[in-house]
Design a protein around this ligand. Structure first.
Ligand SMILES: [Zn+2]
Length: 987
């Protein structure tokens, strides 16, 4: 922006009546086509077009002299409009890539999209009528899903491009592409051959009414579902050793000891294989007044007294851990089972604090069962009927008559403590509107156990930023169970397996895998649905094709995206990367911190399972976007910020102006993304102001260079005045700092340094002082040319420093440089550097200027005080007397003055000009102080006295000078200005 106190370029000096010429016309005013306003809506696309014409990204990413740099894009899901989370993620990546490109590295960025999976499948189904849905064959559904995903990719791509993101937009990777799918089959195959893939039972949401597994998104939770809730007592056969000891110590026996459970699904009781407790909760052994000793959570006794209508009295309290190992008798079937330790899912919110555990019918139950190697018992068939394994209840339907029969049997067995209707959220099939159940089915798993240690070692070899990310993923990988990779869906990559029609025996080996991989590489995964077994099986199996049935499961989409190191980076043995510049492992993965659970982990697991190493060297994470009050963005709160509105403006331009992509990018640079980051209209407005300040600073630099040719007019660095050398030195320092901030991905520090540089160093100090040199001096005078030399050097580097973030503004500056430069684009110039001469041996000047800056603020405070009393207007109306007493600051200022006196350029390096006053004198020892000052202040041994400057105001330079009126032809201007006019022949 222009110096704060300057208004000369906007209005002519007053009272030009006497003179025959307008002195304003003799000043060197700003001149540049670089406009004050960014006009982002039209200008940014123009600049993007310019980059395309230059093939800038392609050339830099392929032909740069430096090493390759691979930031591997995590694929966003190809569904829905772009939101600010996308903006944060893709812009951070782009800032890093542009910085690396400018540093000469071949930073090739291949953008990706995750294209398979349920949400897209549902979008397709929702667009159809019920009849159409019934008629739809799997292959038709897949073709529709394929087309839908491609449409979504195009929409999102346009948005990313509008933000100025550079990438291989013409050849992105999509998880539905043939070569990608083939690579994924390759990853799966390698894992199969290494013995990491197996088939096993796992409970899933199951709809008996449509006889299929359902995903979470296909469930509804209608109001008013009521289940029978039961309290049941299981007779203890054998207490754990720890419990036996505690009972004995308390003088109690094991007689009539029972564990009490609670369930809302009585039909799962035949599948009961354990009772789980939370080892950290307190449990009480209670007398129930009827001769039984019931074990329940201590916190629930009061509640249970009412629920069970029993006078429960605690006899002994123990930790849950003490109960582990109790053996109890099943109340309905002839078997005994253990009490086990569950997890934090066991609470005292409801029930008894002891959880009936049926591994075939619940996810927590399944996981706990896995820990204790319990079988996955599932005595329920596809239609929801109990099987022979349910003993006397075989044939009953779990949603119809099973509950009643089981409740009755419990009552007869004396195990039923209480029964009550219970209203709760319960999942229904979204298509049939009928209740669903949890039921264990055969699924495909990746056995994490097989490579867990290798995965942990790989995690340790990666650099995690922030470092806490390592603990997160390490904890998750340590704890996680086997990975269920199969889905009962249509829109995905098939699990390429065949089953023997009668025995169910699995056919999955190197021959079948490579055959199907080749078919998919050629035709895409549709081939699995398009062709029958005879066409899918390799010889010699094809000859006996009628024996085999192809599987109908697809892979978990996390397996899709988790294979991108193979599909894109060429990480499989013999694999080819998408582009020669891409490398495996990647230099960097950068996603939201939820991806420790998602893509970071799925990529790690597949890569470790196949290659024994992580697919990345470094992982950087960012937080999530919140509104300005730190709340989640949601439609219902009305606080959603749409990045398209920030860039292009909203319906009401007054309220939602078009800020352009640069302001959105500047926001990304401004936040500490290691935590969650806020965004709202107020924040964007502030960032718009910051962008404008940077723009106006650049405009001021450009505007004063319109008549400058560096080769013709430039001054050698070692001949520059002190002030100018300080400015270059400061610029060198800023370049060094900002380089470090980009290297460490601390973009918010860049944002602060940029503002500081533009506002404090340039606008408020250097350019403020430079005004007189630039406007008033003769156009070709050393006083002006030396300053222009600095402005040209600074503006080129300023453009470079902002280019990774404010890429459009940087290019706009470059296109408006008023003199020729070798590079057509700021990005071709590369990352800014400062020649050694800028900083060589200038320690004294650095110290000196900081002392002057301190003095300026002392003087400015006094001038402001005079101004507020209407005793002075502009600072040029003032003269200053400086008295230097004792103290460090005063001594320092003495040496500054000595330094200035030794300058060969006193017309530039003088304190009066630097303080923007018309005259300055140093009070000599013993001399009287300035009489009747308007203001006087002392600080650290330095006394400043302010008075009205003697003489009249020069109509041209606005300085107060006693020489005015001495020149007959120009009676209203000072002798300095007269000399300038004579030189330039303005008559
Ligand atoms: Zn003058």
């Amino acid at each position: 922006m222009p110096p704060s106190t300057d208004n000369r370029q906007f209005c002519a000096p007053a009272a030009v009546t006497v003179s025959p010429i307008s002195y304003k016309d003799t000043l060197n005013l700003l001149e540049t086509p670089f406009s004050m306003r960014a006009n982002a809506r039209s200008r940014e696309p123009e600049l993007q077009q310019f980059w395309q014409e230059l093939r800038l990204y392609e050339r830099l990413s392929q032909e740069n002299p430096g090493p390759a740099f691979t930031l591997h894009d995590g694929p966003p899901y190809a569904n829905g409009a772009l939101h600010v989370g996308h903006a944060l993620n893709k812009t951070l990546k782009d800032i890093i890539n542009k910085f690396e490109l400018m540093r000469g590295r071949r930073a090739r960025f291949v953008p990706g999209w995750d294209c398979h999976g349920l949400p897209i499948e549902l979008k397709v189904l929702q667009a159809l009528s019920q009849g159409e849905r019934r008629e739809l064959s799997p292959i038709e559904l897949r073709r529709k899903a394929h087309a839908y995903a491609l449409e979504q990719v195009e929409l999102q791509k346009k948005g990313f491009q509008r933000w100025g993101i550079w990438a291989d937009w013409d050849s992105p990777y999509l998880t539905l592409q043939k070569d990608y799918e083939a690579a994924q089959i390759g990853v799966f195959g390698q894992m199969v051959l290494a013995g990491h893939i197996y088939r096993g039972l796992k409970p899933v949401h199951w709809s008996p009414s449509s006889r299929t597994a359902l995903a979470e998104a296909e469930l509804e939770y209608p109001d008013g579902h009521t289940s029978p809730s039961l309290f049941v007592a299981f007779e203890v056969l054998e207490p754990s050793a720890a419990l036996a000891a505690s009972l004995t110590a308390a003088g109690l026996t094991t007689e009539n000891l029972q564990v009490a459970i609670w369930t809302t699904t009585p039909w799962t009781l035949p599948a009961n294989l354990a009772v789980a407790v939370n080892d950290r909760l307190d449990y009480a052994i209670c007398s129930d007044g009827q001769g039984r000793q019931l074990v329940v959570a201590a916190e629930l006794i009061e509640n249970l007294r009412q629920q069970l209508n029993l006078p429960l009295e605690a006899l002994l309290t123990v930790k849950g851990a003490v109960l582990e190992g109790i053996s109890y008798r099943h109340p309905l079937l002839d078997r005994s089972s253990p009490v086990v330790i569950g997890g934090e899912y066991i609470t005292t919110e409801a029930g008894t604090g002891l959880v009936h555990t049926a591994p075939g019918h619940g996810v927590d139950d399944f996981n706990t069962g896995k820990k204790y190697q319990l079988p996955v018992l599932c005595p329920v068939d596809e239609a929801g009927n109990l099987t022979a394994e349910a003993g006397p209840f075989a044939g009953l339907n779990v949603l119809k008559d099973a509950n009643g029969a089981i409740i009755e049997a419990l009552r007869e067995a004396g195990a039923l403590l209480a029964e009550k209707p219970y209203e709760h959220r319960y999942p229904y099939d979204w298509r049939t509107k009928k209740p669903t159940i949890f039921r264990a089915t055969e699924q495909w798993f990746a056995s994490v156990e097989g490579f867990r240690e290798q995965a942990l070692a790989a995690i340790a070899a990666v650099e995690w930023l922030p470092a806490s990310g390592r603990n997160r993923i390490e904890g998750m990988v340590k704890e996680r169970g086997d990975w269920c990779i199969s889905r009962q869906r249509t829109w995905g990559v098939p699990i390429p397996v065949f089953y023997e029609r009668s025995s169910g025996e699995v056919l999955l080996n190197a021959d079948t895998l490579s055959h199907i991989q080749a078919l998919i590489a050629e035709h895409g995964s549709d081939v699995w649905w398009d062709r029958d077994e005879a066409e899918l099986l390799p010889a010699p199996y094809a000859a006996e094709a009628s024996r085999w049935r192809k599987g109908s499961d697809t892979m978990d989409v996390w397996f899709d995206s988790g294979s991108s190191w193979a599909g894109v980076l060429g990480g499989l043995q013999g694999g080819q990367p998408r582009a020669p510049q891409l490398q495996y492992p990647a230099d960097l993965y950068l996603e939201g911190s939820d991806q420790h659970r998602g893509w970071f982990q799925s990529s790690l697991l597949t890569s470790v399972a196949v290659n024994g190493q992580a697919p990345y060297r470094r992982v950087l994470t960012h937080g999530f976007t919140l509104d300005e009050k730190g709340r989640k963005m949601s439609k219902s709160l009305g606080n959603v910020v749409d990045p398209a509105v920030i860039v292009e403006g909203g319906k009401n331009e007054k309220q939602e102006p078009a800020y352009g992509a640069d302001v959105l990018r500047l926001w990304v640079s401004s936040v500490d993304y290691s935590a969650d980051v806020p965004l709202g209209p107020g924040i964007i407005k502030q960032l718009g102001d910051v962008a404008r300040k940077v723009r106006n600073t650049a405009r001021y630099l450009l505007g004063n260079l319109h008549d400058f040719q560096p080769e013709r007019d430039g001054v050698a660095i070692n001949e520059l005045p002190l002030l100018d050398r300080w400015m270059l030195q400061r610029t060198a320092q800023v370049i060094e700092e900002v380089t470090g901030y980009f290297e460490s991905y601390e973009f918010y520090r860049f944002f602060q340094a940029l503002q500081n540089f533009c506002v404090v160093d340039l606008s408020n100090f250097y350019l403020d002082i430079a005004k007189d040199r630039l406007y008033v001096s003769g156009a070709t005078n050393f006083r002006r040319r030396s300053c222009q030399t600095v402005l040209a050097l600074v503006v080129e580097r300023l453009a470079g420093l902002i280019a990774p973030v404010l890429c459009h503004m940087a290019e706009d500056i470059w296109q408006n440089l008023p003199y020729p430069v070798a590079e057509r684009s700021v990005f071709e110039r590369g990352w800014p550097t400062a020649p050694a001469a800028w900083t060589a041996g200038l320690f004294a000047e650095r110290v000196a200027i900081s002392d002057v800056i301190n003095l300026r603020s002392l003087v400015n405070r006094q001038l402001e005080a005079c101004r507020s009393r209407a005793e002075l207007g502009a600072s040029l109306e003032a003269q200053i007397q400086l008295e230097l007493g004792e103290g460090e600051a005063a001594t320092a200022l003495q040496s500054v003055l000595a330094l200035l006196e030794s300058s060969p350029h006193p017309e530039i390096d003088n304190l009066a000009d630097w303080l923007l006053v018309s005259a300055l004198e140093l009070q000599q020892a013993g001399a009287p102080p300035l009489a009747n000052p308007l203001a006087e202040a002392s600080e650290a041994g330095i006394t400043v006295r302010i008075a009205r400057a003697p003489g009249e105001k020069c109509e041209r330079c606005w300085h107060y000078e006693t020489s005015i009126g001495q020149h007959a032809a120009h009676p209203s201007i000072c002798s300095r200005c007269v000399a300038i006019l004579a030189d330039q022949d303005f008559s």
